[in-house]
Design a binder for this molecule. Structure first.
Ligand code: ATP
Ligand code: MG
Length: 284
């Protein structure tokens, strides 16, 4: 089981979008995935159509070693995709809830989540404090989506140092994913600089700017089922291929298969609903 913290101390760089879309793509490609929403904004819980629920990650942090595993198993909820589960956030979640930075790591291990999942992804609030520390401590590695601006790039070097100093036994930055890519000369220069600073960590694929990400959130849709032919979805499949060493064509085929199944079952459901409505109006 791979435990990945998605982290950037900067806000609005695409952490939640990345976590949600990557987890959905993995689940559609046959992986069993659990995501943890470690952010009081609970955007990931909303994105996956579950919303903030109780018990949440906050109850796990505030629990005792005896209670936390049971709370964690109760906190795991289903999403719209059978192979994708979520532990939701709580709007009151804050640094003061973390009494022990290793609580999440210990609880994941006590629940033996590796029996159920191949990948756990933890979405984080911006910042680099105790909340993020709990995720770093639980993680084997850290993925960092970043925007391509000077301050954002300068900040990554500091972030890497801070992580090593504050959380010496936690996960380390393994991949950096450029987001909001517009293929301008300036952005290409930023990517080249990033590659020099973090050799072998920056993904070959950058995620382009695409309004589809806002659309799927607004409409409560799943990118790979409802907007598979968008530029955004195509680039995400490339990223999955790079980050998880999967065959891009195979992923595409599996996603297509699930998509067709899903469209068929939705059509079937609409047909029977319509038939029931017709029957009721005939009777009336
Ligand atoms: N590649 C992209 N192209 C266009 N819009 C994007 C892209 N990636 C993310 N967005 C949009 O940018 C906004 C911020 O993204 P997101 O919420 O994922 O960032 P975040 O890093 O999780 O933010 P926060 O730090 O507040 O948690 C959202 O409206 C999202 O739909
Ligand atoms: Mg977020």
């Amino acid at each position: 089981m791979r435990i990945i913290a998605v982290l950037n101390h900067k806000g609005g760089v695409g952490k939640t979008t990345f976590t949600g879309c990557t987890a959905q793509a993995l689940a559609l490609s046959g992986f069993r995935v659990c995501v943890i929403d470690n952010d009081s904004q609970h955007n990931l819980s909303t994105l996956l159509g579950v919303g903030a629920r109780s018990p949440s990650i906050r109850d796990i942090y505030r629990g005792t070693d005896e209670k936390a595993p049971e709370l964690m198993l109760r906190a795991i909820r289903k999403t719209d995709l059978p192979d994708l589960h979520i532990i939701t956030a709580d709007k009151y979640l804050c640094d003061a809830d973390i009494h022990d930075i290793h609580m999440l790591k210990r609880t994941i291990s006590a629940c033996r989540l590796e029996r159920f999942y191949e990948v756990i992804m933890i979405d984080n609030a911006p910042g680099l404090d105790r909340l993020q520390g709990a995720a770093i401590s639980a993680a084997h590695e850290i993925f960092v989506p970043t925007e391509l601006r000077q301050f954002a790039i300068d900040g990554l070097v500091e972030m890497e140092q801070t992580i090593a100093e504050r959380y010496p036994d936690g996960g380390r930055i393994s991949r950096i994913i450029p987001n909001f890519y517009k293929n301008t000369k300036r952005q290409r220069a930023f990517i080249a600089a990033l590659r020099r600073m973090f050799p072998a960590k920056v993904t070959e694929t950058s995620i382009p700017v695409d309004s589809v990400f806002d659309e799927v959130v607004t409409d409560g849709k799943i990118l790979f089922l409802h907007r598979l032919y968008s530029t955004g979805a195509a680039y995400y499949l490339k990223i999955i291929h790079e980050l998880f060493n999967l065959d891009e064509e195979k992923v595409w085929e599996q996603v297509m298969e699930k998509r067709t199944e899903r469209i068929r079952s939705e059509a079937r459901q609409r047909f029977f609903e319509q038939r029931e409505r017709n029957r009721q109006s005939d009777e009336a």
